[in-house]
Design a binder for this molecule. Structure first.
Ligand SMILES: [Zn+2]
Length: 278
């Protein structure tokens, strides 16, 4: 039931027949709720421009009664987060976070910490104050911690040696163990996602600081790459499937990286050209 007004974030919407939309909301007071927005497609006045992905809303619903679906009665915008939808990379990150929450959460289970996490991170993503990749790493670590699945990054999951005492400079993130393994303990394990000591230290620092402080940490390229790769695989492992929006995000990120390399290469050629003139 969500008869009372509550704050909500639109996670997903799909057409239902010619007139209606089925909308999945992450609500503050009622957790994930799937509701029907009647005539949302037909009437221009009703819900006009409101039921957009990642919009922060104030909603009221009735029902469900008699086994049907709860009905969205009113929805007004608190923040449209239009800056996200106008940027394809930010849209890809927000879609992935929304799909992660949609797939993870049970219908109707109140989880205000997850609500505030997504609300804050959408607004932070829109502001552009922190690089998207770093923000996504922080989002993963917070989300996993709230879900009771915080990865163990401080000790080897096999021999329990503390990270600082583990020999070597490369370690491995083991999905089934939910944390890192030293080189010796990881020899016959299936995932072997390589992580450097430097990356693990930066992830540990994020785990032990609030996200506003962590947002100021400048993660190096290796930490961004290795951190995202291991956390995205860890989420997919626990969901039992790879989110569709993750594939899109990764493809987009790869083409952005190739484009940056191409630009850098062109810049080098131009520099070479200008020096040879003299
Ligand atoms: Zn070990």
């Amino acid at each position: 039931m969500c008869d009372f007004p509550t704050q909500a974030i639109l996670l997903r919407r799909t057409s239902y027949g010619d007139y209606d939309l089925i909308v999945t909301l992450l609500t503050l007071s009622g957790g994930k709720r799937t509701v029907i927005a009647k005539n949302a497609k037909k009437s221009r006045k009703r819900f006009a421009g409101v039921l957009e992905p990642f919009s922060l809303l104030q909603v009221s619903c009735t029902g469900p009664r008699g086994g049907g679906m709860a009905v969205l009665q009113e929805a007004s915008l608190e923040n449209p987060c239009a800056g996200i939808r106008g940027d394809i990379m930010k849209t890809a990150y927000a879609s992935y976070w929304a799909e992660m929450i949609h797939a993870w959460m049970e219908e109707g289970k109140e989880q205000p910490r997850i609500y505030y996490l997504l609300r804050d991170f959408l607004q932070f993503l829109e502001s552009g104050a922190t690089a998207n990749e770093a923000l996504s790493i922080i989002f993963h670590l917070r989300f996993l911690s709230f879900s009771g699945l915080a990865p163990n990054l401080s000790r080897c999951g096999g021999c329990h040696a503390a990270m600082d005492q583990m020999p070597g400079s490369r370690f491995f993130f083991e999905l089934a163990k939910g944390g890192i393994l030293c080189e010796g303990c990881s020899a016959n394990t299936p995932s072997r996602i390589s992580l450097s000591r430097g990356t693990i230290k930066q992830l540990l620092w994020i785990q032990s600081n609030d996200w506003r402080t962590s947002g100021k940490l400048k993660l190096n390229q290796a930490a961004l790459y290795e951190g995202l790769r291991s956390l995205e695989k860890f989420v997919a492992f626990h969901l039992g499937k790879e989110p569709k929006s993750l594939k899109f995000l990764q493809d987009l990120r790869n083409s952005a990286r190739l484009e940056a390399q191409r630009q850098q290469h062109l810049g080098n050629i131009e520099n070479d050209g200008s020096t040879s003139d003299h």
